[in-house]
Design a protein around this ligand. Structure first.
Ligand code: GLN
Length: 497
């Protein structure tokens, strides 16, 4: 398998016998061997299990069977999504050796469709972060410039796809963790509508915000993967029974009379100049394709950071209470005379890194008696207003277009102050707050200090309007070449020096 094949190219080659699933998997493992000592996308790979599954796919094809629409497609899984192979560590010392007794529904559906999971990708601890630096197993590096972050928290998945280490990957998005790393690595990333994909087996961070979604090299691959993982699941009562359409059908049809809304608040002069240029260019592309660009108003955009950073930590503080050192996860060794409270405190202090501890403290504070109404209750009110604001905007347009991130990939260590990191999420958080769907697409490049860095464009659509989201994204993809450019991995090969 060559680097950067699409799913349809790969599955056609596997089905016709031009290549085999075994070769596809072996090719990925080999590229990981060459490049991942520097990039650190993978926490672990599963050569034996993956090659055994691939051989089984090959056997079935040889026997004339149909192993499914993803026959022989190697896929990487973010470390916070449960797999029965290997560990599900969530980038945390707390779960370092945790083996899940069950697989996430999304993973099971992929495997049933013929995909071959090859390993777990690094992420910010419990998916809390925007850079993949807060990972207990080391930071992931950006394949476009290894001195820079890949974005986060699904940075390992995004960097692996961008570097051609695997064709596609799963990530999770609570406030931007699929779209922002996709933007910073120059690939496609989708945050499905809340309820579109089962959260069963996704280690909970902010349960009212979390969704699993695909990271891919092109729009069609994202559409195909979402079609496989989406749909009602009896293990997740928040999964929707909205029918799952064939997202590939009519993908290339022009969306007639399209109206694209650009919120006044998005072309902020504080954005990197390359980001505003990419947005202008995308509008130009759509105008040339016959779409109408209209201005819409989302004045609450600026309250997204404050709202999200109350709701998400509040939910996290509740979700992470289960890691008590007793039931599962890391258990501290007690000194003589220490009691059960010491065990809880020590296990949690040893198991959780600083960013996770910060979130638990913020969330606990926001939910505590006397502060609940002022913080959590207020944040829920703003959440409602943000949703209503989107409804008003979508009455005037079919989709909203804007930046994914206000800046391209930054240097490792550059955003040491948590607030400056949180502020980078300004364009992605409100999508989750409102439960709608969004995609990040390659929108151009920034030339910064000798590095060529990808810049993303984000499109948002109303909940369960993924079909339109993909069509609009595909129109842009066909008209530009940004998504075809790949990083030069010369700086990411060799011995990790
Ligand atoms: N960057 C955001 C955070 O740190 C979003 C993370 C995510 O989507 N998982 O919480």
């Amino acid at each position: 398998m060559s680097d950067h094949q699409t799913i349809s190219e790969l599955t056609a080659a596997v089905r016709s016998g031009r290549t085999t699933a075994s070769d596809a998997v072996a090719g990925c493992l080999q590229r990981i061997d060459t490049h991942d000592r520097v990039l650190n996308c993978f926490r672990e790979t599963w050569p034996e299990a993956a090659l055994a599954s691939a051989r089984e796919i090959d056997r079935r094809i040889a026997a004339g069977e149909d192993p499914g629409p993803l026959a022989g497609v190697p896929i990487a899984i973010k470390d916070n999504i449960a797999t029965t192979t290997g560990t599900t560590a969530c980038g945390s010392r707390m779960l370092e050796s945790y083996r899940s007794p069950f697989a996430a529904t999304a993973v099971r559906r992929l495997v049933d469709a013929g995909a071959v999971p090859i390993g777990k990708t690094n992420c910010d601890e419990f998916a809390m972060g925007s850079s993949t630096e807060h990972c207990a197993f080391g930071a992931t590096r950006n394949p476009w410039d290894p001195d820079r972050v890949p974005g986060g928290s699904s940075g390992g998945s995004a960097a692996a796809v961008a570097a051609g280490l695997c064709p596609v990957a799963l990530g999770s998005d609570t406030g931007g963790s699929i779209r922002q790393p996709a933007a910073m690595c120059g690939i496609v990333g989708v945050k499905p509508s809340y309820g579109r994909v089962s959260r069963y087996g996704l280690v909970a961070f902010g349960s009212s915000l979390d969704q699993i979604g695909p990271l891919t090299g092109c729009v069609a691959d994202a559409a195909l993967l979402l079609g496989v993982i989406a749909g009602r699941d009896r293990h997740d009562s928040t999964s929707s029974d909205h029918a799952v359409p064939d997202y590939l059908e009519g993908l290339d049809e022009p969306v007639a009379g399209l109206r694209l809304g650009v919120p006044k608040q998005y072309a902020d002069p504080a954005n990197d100049e390359s980001v505003n240029r990419a947005l202008d260019e995308a509008c130009e592309v759509y105008r040339d394709l016959g779409a109408e660009i209209v201005e819409v108003d989302l004045p609450l955009t600026r309250y997204g950071v404050a709202t999200y950073y109350v709701i998400a930590p509040a939910e996290a503080s509740s979700n992470l209470a289960r890691y008590d050192g007793i039931r599962y996860g890391r258990r501290a060794t007690l000194a003589a005379g220490e009691n059960l409270d010491d065990l809880y405190a020590r296990s949690r202090a040893e198991g959780f890194g600083p960013e996770v501890q910060r979130r638990i403290m913020i969330g606990t504070y926001a939910l505590s008696a006397g502060y609940y109404d002022a913080y959590y209750g207020r944040a829920l009110q703003v959440r409602r207003l943000i949703s209503e604001e989107y409804d008003r905007a979508f009455a005037k347009c079919d989709a909203i277009i804007g930046p994914t991130s206000p800046i391209p990939a930054f240097r490792l260590g550059e955003k040491a102050d948590p607030l400056t990191m949180y502020l980078c999420d300004v364009y992605t958080l409100n999508t989750n707050i409102a439960g709608i769907c969004a995609i990040s697409l390659p929108g151009g490049f920034a030339e910064t200090d000798g590095a060529t860095l990808p810049v993303g464009i984000q499109i948002q659509c109303p909940a369960f309007d993924e079909t339109r989201l993909f069509r609009i994204a595909r129109m842009h993809e066909r008209a530009v070449t940004h998504g075809r450019r790949r990083p030069d991995l010369a700086g990411a090969a060799g011995n990790g020096s």
